[in-house]
Design a protein around this ligand. Structure first.
Ligand SMILES: Cc1cc2nc3c(=O)[nH]c(=O)nc-3n(C[C@H](O)[C@H](O)[C@H](O)COP(=O)(O)OP(=O)(O)OC[C@H]3O[C@@H](n4cnc5c(N)ncnc54)[C@H](O)[C@@H]3O)c2cc1C
Length: 461
């Protein structure tokens, strides 16, 4: 029996998902030094540098340290057994030609073998900075220097105070945020492939969140998929604010390519989700009634409820000082990647409070800076931050794919500088227009694919 294109999509993604679960696991013994037994009687190992999080930031720090000195004793603790990339994942949801789950999934054994650091697959459950011990689901790990790159968490409780744990678990399963690497993207992709018609509703949170262009790229890629497959319906964004990252470029694309598919609604605050009737209720900022906001109801076929973001719980476990906003980023020691609270604890990636965008590219850059600081410290060499003197051109280039046939993308460029005045690293953004006069171009689409291939090689080779 011949499969049609959409049936083939369903089968293809499942077989790649099965293959992805076969990745290799490594342990807490490479370079491990035995230490005293823990109270729980579990094995304890000790390492000079322990990195929490095998994502964009953590893998970079580990590799860079080993590159600087192969004798450095470095262990990464990562809870997931396979690496899954968030960057480029919207092209997987949009079914861009040549992209499948295998494009996003990588085997952790590869960088461990190539670079010689240790990797423990375990979940961190507590951190005791007084004894320099990290409690994990596989025992206690001791450190001399700790680097935290655990990424983000979701703040369902803060955003929906009336939801109990059961409702939060249910909604996070049926309407995953898909900003955290792992199964969320796969669940969302399955729902999109199974959808015959109707609205895809994407909610965009208030406050700071991971990769600010990501929800808008996702809406655009899903619209591209619906257009290509002739699926009747709309992609409706309920944005808690009126802020749209790369706004002019996305809005131009929506108007030119998806005028009947994409709808963006400003200042829409989500009130509730009813999964039985597949409806989401929300109110608009100025839409008041005497007894409260006027509630609007929207029916969905697929819901991508992106909750408010917060630093991953690992940061709270460490007890280091965090910013007072709802995200709770780690307060840094000036322009350094050392935390302000503890000279033996460093942070990189999305959790740092430097005024730089929370992206994979930035996590890679911050990881390299952090490794430089730690390597100098371990070699007992004086190290001065390039405060005042240094502007890093294109410290972050973040691409968003926006169309297929022709394949086109847009981008934002951030220059970073070490600001003595602000006592932190800061950035300035530009969204360039292509020579055609439009923001999007095929050349930027090619650069997007090249960037993704390059950063994967940087992390995994
Ligand atoms: C849809 C989407 C598209 C994106 N597109 C781009 C893009 O085009 N370009 C770009 O530069 N960036 C992009 N990003 C942003 C990028 O993914 C993040 O900014 C980047 O991953 C941050 O790196 P990190 O190291 O801080 O966190 P992560 O890469 O998320 O790594 C954190 C790691 O810590 C692990 N961890 C968490 N808690 C524990 C625990 N308790 N115990 C053990 N391990 C733990 C996690 O499993 C994870 O592997 C995108 C993000 C999304 C969601």
């Amino acid at each position: 029996m011949k499969m049609n294109r959409r049936e083939a999509l369903k089968f293809g993604a499942l077989s790649v998902a099965a293959a992805a679960t076969m990745a290799t696991v490594t342990g807490c013994n490479e370079g491990a030094k035995p230490a005293s037994a823990s109270k729980a009687g579990k094995k304890v190992c000790k390492h000079k540098v322990v990195i929490i999080g095998g994502g964009f930031g953590g893998l970079t720090v580990a590799k860079e340290l080993k590159k600087k000195d192969a004798s450095f004793d470095v262990l990464v603790i990562e809870k997931n057994e396979t690496f899954m990339s968030c960057p480029f994942s919207n092209t997987y949801l949009g079914k861009l030609e040549g992209v499948n789950l295998g494009t996003l999934v990588h085997d952790y054994a590869q960088p461990v073998e190539a670079n010689g650091y240790g990797l423990l697959h375990a979940e961190v459950t507590a951190i005791d900075r007084a004894t320099k011990q990290i409690h994990t689901t596989k025992g206690i790990v001791e450190y001399e220097i700790l680097v935290m790159s655990p990424g983000i968490g979701y703040d369902y409780k803060g955003q929906f105070p009336t939801w109990d744990d059961e409702k939060i678990n249910h909604i996070s399963r049926i309407a995953p945020g898909a900003l955290i690497p792992g199964k969320e993207h796969v669940i969302l992709e399955r729902q999109l492939v199974d959808m015959e018609d109707g609205n895809v509703v994407i909610t965009i949170p208030a406050g700071k969140f991971r990769c600010p262009p990501a929800p808008f790229e996702r809406a655009t890629m899903i619209a591209s998929y619906m257009k290509k497959e002739g699926i009747p319906g709309k992609v409706i964004m309920l944005n808690a604010t009126n802020s749209v990252s790369k706004g002019a470029a996305f809005k131009e694309t929506w108007k030119d390519l998806y005028p009947d598919i994409v709808e963006h609604i400003d200042f829409a605050t989500i009130q509730d989700v009813d999964s039985a009737s597949k409806t989401v209720t929300y109110h608009l900022k100025d839409d008041m009634e005497d007894k409260g906001y006027k509630v609007k109801t929207l029916k969905y076929s697929v819901l991508n409820l992106i909750p408010n973001n917060i630093s991953n719980p690992v940061i709270e476990m460490s007890g280091v000082e965090t910013t007072t906003d709802s995200f709770k980023k780690v307060v840094m020691n000036g322009c350094s990647f050392q935390t302000k609270t503890d000279k033996d604890v460093y942070a990189v990636g999305d959790v740092v409070s430097h005024a730089v965008p929370p992206s994979g590219q930035t996590a890679n850059w911050t990881g390299k800076q952090c490794a430089l600081e730690i390597a100098n410290r371990l070699h007992k060499k004086a190290f001065e931050l390039p405060v005042k003197t240094s502007t890093i051109k294109a410290g972050n280039v973040c691409y968003s794919m926006v169309g297929e046939n022709p394949e086109e993308a847009i981008m934002v460029i951030h220059d970073f500088s070490f600001s003595q005045e602000k006592n932190m690293i800061v950035s300035a953004a530009t969204v360039p227009v292509s020579p055609s006069g439009k923001y999007r171009s095929s050349a930027t689409a090619k650069a997007t694919r090249d960037w993704y291939g390059g950063i994967m090689r940087d992390l995994f080779a």
